[in-house]
Design a protein around this ligand. Structure first.
Ligand code: ADP
Ligand code: ZN
Ligand code: ZN
Length: 727
């Protein structure tokens, strides 16, 4: 039952009712009834038989989840110490969670009505688009999935509406057929020796579990390796799960899979309606879809005959779920690979140009096999990275004279340039020159960012907004000035400086409207805009063949961040952005502005590249006994006052001390780095151990008592196993 309780619930099966694990049922719960999923049938109930309530109703004829899948989800619930009902619910689409009847496994489509079948196209007069739809449907037996119709022609919504109004056309469900393995997959380019070796290594492991780390520099042809492997798995009659960080930011990967593998691909993305989502989920479950591409939650869903799992950009933070059931989709992908097909397993490939230190350590220890792509594909060269010392330089909106000059040269040569600043808005803070007032967020220990376009002060942590004041709220002076810069200000300054060159800004504010990101990326790729300005949205796997210069601003925070992962994230981001340069014929250059040009990690990154950086960073982590050389769990608590979270966590620490574990260290309670957020005070208790086992044993022992603490009722608390964000 989907409730925040750490147990499964026992029910009696009434006579005559047949139940299988994996079907949904309706059961009495509390004062009402709930939709639930059957996990086990039989065995000894945990409560006296007389007190057992009976299952009210069976909702599915056949199981939605198979036993191996249920066992995987229970494993995940155990490992993350999360509520099993919520974990299992997370594997289902929203409608099924609610108990709605399952949609037919087919896809939505259009069919001709009896009138439409015999209608005379001449009656349509001058309506060529309606006539074309009619003709396409007639050629295909009167019925097509929407997707198929869209592939044949781009039917206009108004033409479809007109045909419906005539009574010739109606929506229908098209039975899903198992798509044949498309032969077209063979059409890719000839693989380089490195690519071929990677494909061969994974291919040799098909049919059993093995984990691989595919470390390939940007543009080295990782996607091509994925495509080749996928077609080989499909040819074996098995299916593939592809996990990506964020679909809207990786449209090119999705498009390449679709173009190469056609109708066999189902994409689970946030733009789908609930019904469409469920249909894609059903196609994955039934095997009608041969390739399932999705974001982190797809690792929880079913995939029939799963033969390979690919995790692209495995280092990306979005694979970690940050609330509710806090899991790492990357880590679960590996566990899933071990457990599919009744424990026979399948290979899992984690790919990245900048692998996480966790995965690199696994590769070093031999748990993952390392596959290296060191060359860019198709003859393109890797860009040259250089540090720009900006100490004592006059900066203009954060841009140094050298960078401005280089931008000018690049633009004058007719090439494209990209300026990267990972902060949206106009300026991170507004201040009063008369009294020193700062635009503090009323609800957080943070500043509100100035957004000049919308005339707002806006907190990026809690979303609190207010109009930009005309005069200082403190002293009434008109001397209000922005401090520092965001992408809006960068855009303004660059437009003024280079008025003859078209500029595109790409960040969350510029792409809020649906479809606008796609449009902006298309324009950026076409090369029509000479200057690109943006946040990390620009950094993901886009291919801008004409960019030859990348300027990177304001990365110094990553060298001294409060979080021990700050440097790793900075390096990954810098290299991802840098990877946008020189992907075409012309070589690329990357200029990184810094006030700390002598910083050893930065030096290593720029002079020797990511593998050497990672080596140095791993040595630091080992020295400091930090992950991946130790394992952590973070207890968070928050409340409207500062005292209850502290009290609660102190009591948890006492509980732990009552039966101390020599192997687990406790840190805290301490206030969170940003203590007040969205009006609530937050505190942390960190548990750390050299190996996983004592940590998990302690948690298992501790949590029942923690849930019973009276102080737990005065706070909102949560447990984060393997936290990636300590803020
Ligand atoms: P990555 O995923 O590592 O960034 P891609 O797979 O996107 O790299 O490859 C970068 C570019 O090189 C793409 O345009 C791709 O079509 C091309 N490419 C990949 N492999 C080859 C190859 N073996 N021969 C020629 N071009 C290739
Ligand atoms: Zn003032
Ligand atoms: Zn705030």
């Amino acid at each position: 039952v989907e409730v925040p309780l750490p147990t499964l619930f026992d029910y009696r099966v009434p006579p005559g009712m047949a139940l299988l694990p994996g079907v949904r049922v309706r059961v009495p719960f509390g004062r009402g009834r709930r939709c639930a999923v059957v996990v086990r049938v039989g065995g000894e109930p945990a409560v006296a038989a007389a007190r057992l309530k009976a299952v009210s109703e069976v909702l599915d004829e056949r199981p939605l989840l198979d036993p191996a899948h249920l066992a995987f989800l229970q494993w995940a619930a155990d490992y993350y110490h999360h509520y099993p009902g919520e974990v299992i619910a997370a594997a289902l689409p929203v409608r099924l969670r609610r108990g709605d009847p399952a949609l037919p496994a087919g896809e939505s489509g259009w069919e001709l009505t009896p009138a439409g079948r015999v209608a005379d196209p001449a009656d349509l007069g001058r309506a060529p688009r309606q006539a074309a739809i009619l003709a396409a449907l007639r050629e295909h037996g009167g019925r097509l999935a929407r997707r198929e119709l869209a592939a044949l022609q781009d039917p206009s919504p108004s033409a479809l509406r007109a045909l419906r109004e005539r009574g010739w056309l109606q929506p229908c469900s098209v039975a899903a057929e198992v798509a044949a393995a498309p032969a077209a997959a063979a059409q890719g380019p000839e693989l380089s020796a490195e690519q071929a070796a990677a494909v061969a290594a994974v291919e040799a492991a098909l049919g059993r579990f093995a984990a691989f780390l595919l470390e390939g520099v940007t543009g080295s042809g990782k996607t091509e390796v994925y495509l080749q492997l996928t077609s080989r798995v499909l040819a074996r009659g098995e299916n593939v799960l592809v996990l990506v960080p964020e679909i809207s930011l990786t449209p090119q990967l999705v498009r390449r899979f679709e173009r190469r593998l056609g109708s066999a691909v189902a994409v689970l993305h946030s733009g789908l309606s609930e019904g469409e989502r469920e249909q894609a989920w059903q196609q994955a479950r039934s095997g009608a879809a041969r390739v399932v591409i999705g974001t982190r939650s797809a690792v929880l869903g079913p995939v029939a005959q799963l033969g390979l799992i690919l995790v692209d950009e495995e280092h990306d933070g979005s694979f970690k779920q940050q609330d509710g059931f806090r899991y790492s989709a990357r880590d679960l992908a590996v566990v899933r690979g071990q457990r599919v097909a009744g424990g026979r397993g399948c290979p899992v490939v984690l790919g990245s140009a900048t692998p996480s230190l966790e995965s690199l350590r696994n590769a070093r220890d031999g748990r993952y096999q390392l596959l290296h792509l060191k060359q860019r594909a198709g003859g393109a060269r890797l860009p040259q990275l250089d540090l720009l010392d900006i100490r004592a330089q006059p900066l203009q909106a954060g841009l140094s004279p050298v960078l401005l000059r280089e931008l000018e040269t690049t633009l004058a040569a007719g090439d494209q340039a990209l300026v990267f600043l990972n902060r949206r808005g106009f300026a991170p803070v507004l201040t009063c020159y008369a009294c020193g007032w700062l635009s503090d967020c009323p609800r957080c220990d943070a500043r509100q960012t100035l957004h000049a376009g919308s005339r707002l002060l806006w907190c990026h942590h809690c979303g609190a907004q207010r109009r930009v004041p005309e005069v200082c709220p403190e002293c009434g002076s008109g001397e209000l000035h922005p401090l520092g810069q965001g992408t809006e200000r960068l855009e303004q300054v660059l437009r003024a400086r280079f008025p003859d060159y078209p500029l595109l800004r790409i960040d969350r504010d510029a792409t809020r409207r649906k479809g606008s990101l796609e449009r902006l990326l298309r324009e950026a790729r076409s090369g029509a805009a000479a200057l690109l300005v943006g946040t990390q949205m620009l950094a993901k796997g886009h291919h801008f063949p004409r960019v030859t210069l990348v300027g990177v601003l304001d990365i110094d925070g990553g060298l001294f961040g409060a979080d021990f992962r700050a440097a790793e994230r900075m390096a990954q981001l810098v290299l991802q952005v840098a990877g946008r340069a020189g992907r075409g014929e012309a070589p690329g250059r990357v200029l990184i502005q810094t006030r700390f040009p002598e910083h050893p990690l930065l030096q290593t990154l720029v002079r020797q590249g990511y593998p050497a950086f990672a080596e140095a960073a791993l040595a630091e982590r080992r020295e400091a006994e930090l992950p991946p050389y130790s394992h952590q769990a973070l207890l968070r608590a928050e409340a409207a006052q500062a005292e209850p979270p502290n009290r609660f966590l102190a009591e948890v620490a006492e509980l732990a001390a009552a039966r101390p574990s020599a192997e687990v260290a406790l840190w805290g309670p301490v206030p969170a780095p940003m203590e007040r957020r969205a009006g609530r005070y937050r505190a942390h208790l960190l548990l750390q151990a050299a190996t996983r086992r004592p940590l998990h044993e302690l948690l298992t022992r501790l949590l029942p008592g923690v849930r019973e603490l009276p102080s737990a009722r005065r706070v909102r608390w949560s447990l984060d196993v393997d936290p990636v964000d300590l803020l």
